[in-house]
Design a protein. Structure first.
Length: 278
């Protein structure tokens, strides 16, 4: 039985430091009209200073931002310092407003922030960190509901530590009871890097699964953001699991910055054709 053909988004992570006009024109030329855009300051000529203008510019090229990824390079909604966390939350709330302004439907958030030293994630810190994430998510969930957005919490790479948010059970526990508009973004590469079965993670998330990050890695713990098929993710069983749970959310290729953008976009189109031809 051939599965129903699916539409795929691409994350603007693939354009790297390229400017907005060059990036949007290349994505349109590559046949990807539905996007996940990053909310980090400075990206795409700092589009967050004018979300309505960004929306018009995309529309002129037939593009649409379906998903927005809240800034992840410096924000930590589980920051242990209360003052720092309040400042980060102010920025995150602005990010939700940016998402509404640019026309996104789903906003993706990390349960904790990046760190140059992953040894800070200890078993003793896991429960307090998750509690701080829950407090922050309650605030974000309320604002997302007001703006008519859905909010998705993403599973993260463990990097061989006790980092909270690497297990799907962690993510589901944090969002429990926050409303039907709050769900999960499964990063398939993160599942694989953590030694999990990505298909099982998808089944565990079930109808709380709103969005996907489709990327590959060697399964040894590093978050490599390779093209699907360049790593060890078992894509056939994973796609079958999505069919099994009736997944109807956003499927986004989140690939590292491309040296040859046109070539990588063409490769992704071949992957889409292959997957839709199953």
């Amino acid at each position: 039985m051939v599965a129903k053909a699916q539409a795929y988004c691409v994350s603007t992570s693939i354009v790297g430091p390229r400017g907005r006009v060059e990036s949007l024109e290349a994505l349109a030329a590559g046949g990807f009209y539905e996007l996940e855009i990053g909310g980090d300051p400075g990206k795409l000529d700092n589009w967050i200073e004018d979300p309505a203008g960004m929306r018009r510019q995309m529309a002129d090229l037939g593009l649409r931002a379906r998903v927005l990824h809240l800034a992840s390079e410096a924000w930590d909604i589980a920051h242990p310092d209360d003052a720092a966390r309040r400042e980060i939350m102010d920025l995150a709330l602005r990010g939700l407003r940016d998402a509404a302004g640019v026309g996104a439907e789903v906003v993706i958030c990390h349960p904790n922030g990046p760190s140059a030293d992953y040894s800070i994630y200890t078993p003793a810190d896991a429960a307090p960190s998750m509690a701080r994430t829950r407090e922050s998510m309650e605030i974000l969930a309320e604002e997302a509901a007001r703006l008519g957005l859905r909010l998705a919490l993403e599973n993260l790479p463990l990097r061989h530590t006790a980092r909270p948010g690497g297990q799907m059970a962690d993510i589901l526990s944090i969002i429990d009871g926050l409303g039907a508009h709050v769900g999960v973004c499964q990063d398939v590469g993160h599942s694989n890097a953590n030694g999990m079965d990505a298909a099982d993670d998808a089944r565990q998330a079930g109808d709380r699964l709103f969005a996907l990050h489709l990327q590959d890695n060697d399964g040894l713990g590093e978050d490599q953001h390779l093209l699907p098929g360049e790593g060890t993710v078992a894509w056939g069983p994973y796609l079958a699991a999505l069919d099994e749970i009736g997944f109807a959310g956003f499927r986004t290729f989140e690939i590292k910055a491309a040296d040859d953008l046109a070539a990588d976009l063409a490769a992704l189109q071949r992957i889409v054709a292959d997957w839709n031809g199953r």
